[in-house]
Design a protein around this ligand. Structure first.
Ligand SMILES: NC(=O)c1ccc[n+]([C@@H]2O[C@H](COP(=O)([O-])OP(=O)(O)OC[C@H]3O[C@@H](n4cnc5c(N)ncnc54)[C@H](OP(=O)(O)O)[C@@H]3O)[C@@H](O)[C@H]2O)c1
Length: 310
């Protein structure tokens, strides 16, 4: 019998209390899945940073921590964590992100706002948008979510460029890496999508210098993490008109504080960290897969490389 501790929120528990045992049973894993186990008996922890476990030291026989979140910046530096940390890579999360990114890209591509908000009822001709095939969208981060979005944008006909730490080969995507690759991607991205993890290297990657590299009138979508953007630099670039608009889903401080300039800015859309969320049904399968793999001696899936922070 394998002991799996659920260390998520109360709300998560109601969602997962049946899904995870069912997924484990369907893999032939006999498990004790509960929220209350003596730490020294726990084999796996199903983890959320909003849950009760912050100190892993008492979990002396722990084999792995299985995160319900894709982003692991809140746990990756935890010094008490000595076992593998697996992040969430879930088909539902990828589909949701591709839908959110495609929707917000189409809004900017088609110039929808000019027609949705037209208080003087003006008939403004000559505003037909270009074809998607004549528009380049750049994606910073060509991982699980970045590639899912690239595929969706490709299907809509956009030219897609992507940037990652290691150079990728993704069909339909002009792939870049390194500093010169970043410069090349930014120079052509009329819409820029941020899907990097939050690490020391990616913090404030969007700053006054990189914003200036974007074409005048570019739009930014940030469903990655708030600290990717230097907020003051973005507000300046919006005010000068160099950046036309931004849709921001994630922020340095969440919830975004009352009175933050983003709330009132006419060309900023705030969404409350809802771009995509872990979908319980598919996520339970991912958790169960990893427990089954761990128990049969197979390598775990989606193990975080703690040396790079994601
Ligand atoms: N807003 C939301 O609702 C929501 C939901 C889920 C996730 N997220 C965010 O989305 C992020 C991405 O998720 P994912 O599953 O796609 O992660 P992932 O598979 O780990 O992909 C991360 C990508 O970023 C690249 N990267 C990392 N550090 C870099 C650097 N210093 N320079 C250049 N490229 C770098 C990686 O390059 P390599 O491929 O070379 O490693 C990889 O392509 C998460 O970390 C999380 O913060 C947000």
């Amino acid at each position: 019998m394998v002991n799996v501790l659920f260390a998520g929120t109360d709300e998560n528990w109601n969602t997962y209390r049946e899904l995870i045992p069912e997924a484990l049973a369907s893999r032939g894993v006999s498990a004790n899945f509960t929220r209350d186990l003596p730490p020294e008996t726990v084999d796996y922890i199903v983890y959320s940073p909003l849950g009760p476990v912050q100190d892993f030291a008492p979990f002396t026989r722990l084999k792995a921590v299985l995160s319900l979140w894709a982003g692991v910046e809140k746990v990756v530096g935890n010094k008490s964590l000595k076992v593998p940390l697996c992040r969430m890579v879930d088909g539902g999360l990828k589909k949701g992100m591709a839908e959110w990114v495609a929707g917000h890209c189409l809004r900017y591509h088609l110039g929808m706002d000019a027609h949705i908000v037209n208080p003087n009822a003006e008939w403004r001709s000559g505003m037909a948008p270009p074809l998607a095939e004549d528009r380049t969208i750049g994606i910073l981060g060509l991982g699980e979510l970045g590639q899912a979005c690239a595929k969706a944008l490709n299907c809509l006909g956009f030219k897609v460029a992507g940037w990652s730490r290691s150079l990728k080969d993704v069909q339909g995507v002009a792939c870049h890496a390194g500093e010169s690759g970043l410069t090349a991607l930014l120079g052509q991205s009329e819409i820029l999508v941020l899907l990097l993890p939050q690490t020391p290297e990616t913090t404030h990657i969007i700053n006054a210098k990189t914003l200036a590299m974007l074409p005048k009138g570019a739009c930014i979508l940030n469903p990655g993490r708030g600290p990717l953007i230097d907020d003051d630099a973005l507000l300046d670039a919006l005010d000068t008109g160099h950046i036309a608009s931004a849709t921001l889903d994630v922020f340095a401080k969440e919830p975004l504080p009352e009175g933050h300039p983003y709330w009132a800015h006419q060309r900023v859309t705030v969404t409350p960290h809802i771009a995509s969320e872990t979908r319980p049904k598919s996520a339970a399968e991912v958790v169960a897969d990893n427990v089954a793999r761990g128990e049969s001696g197979k390598p775990l899936l989606f193990v975080v490389d703690r040396s790079v922070g994601y």
